[in-house]
Design a protein around this ligand. Sequence first.
Ligand SMILES: CC(C)(COP(=O)(O)OP(=O)(O)OC[C@H]1O[C@@H](n2cnc3c(N)ncnc32)[C@H](O)[C@@H]1OP(=O)(O)O)[C@@H](O)C(=O)NCCC(=O)NCCS
Length: 184
Amino acid sequence: MVMKHFLPTGDELIIRPPLISDAAGLLSNFQRMTRESEFLLFTPTESLDLDLTSEEEFIQSYLDNPNQLLLLATVKGQIVGSVNVNHSGFRKKKHIAEMGISVESKWQNMGIGRRLITSMLRWAEEQPELNIITLNVFSSNEKALQLYRNFGFLECGRIPNGIQQLNGRYTDLITMYRNIKPLV
Ligand SMILES: CC(C)(COP(=O)(O)OP(=O)(O)OC[C@H]1O[C@@H](n2cnc3c(N)ncnc32)[C@H](O)[C@@H]1OP(=O)(O)O)[C@@H](O)C(=O)NCCC(=O)NCCS
């Protein structure tokens, strides 16, 4: 599953599954993301606990498990974003999985987030046992909320003050879901 698009800058965007050799690039992408975005669960300090070995294991876990998905967005050979879908591992939740997404700020507002979600949904529709995708998003993250609503995700839960930002302020933690296909 490799998708190619042109960005408004004229650069080519490639959306593709990861290779183990992406570990270093994915780690630096993630550590950059935790420094520039207040909307991720990981803090920059927490992201420093990750290293090349843990990142290789992270990628390997997706390669080993066809029920889970990791897709990378690359521009000029550099990883600029990703989307992932994870199962809890519980038999009783095998029809439900949780997604996460990020795009580096320099490359935001060019449709990369939209294309990552489109590719993710295309994959999800082909998974015979997957019926529901969920996600968690901070209520202050207007852009992500709008992106998810554009794809038909609906809010189904909210923990008031469920997140404390590093500046000490609290924000609600919202859960959204989207049905992928009817239950059998
Ligand atoms: C959320 C995120 C993935 C979006 O990626 P992106 O590549 O910028 O997304 P797109 O360019 O495809 O734009 C997505 C939509 O956001 C909406 N949007 C853009 N700017 C917005 C703003 N200021 N306010 C509200 N909505 C906005 C638009 O509806 C746009 O859709 P459209 O282009 O079809 O109109 C990206 O901003 C990001 O990684 N942020 C930091 C990490 C994060 O928040 N991850 C999600 C955690 S739940």
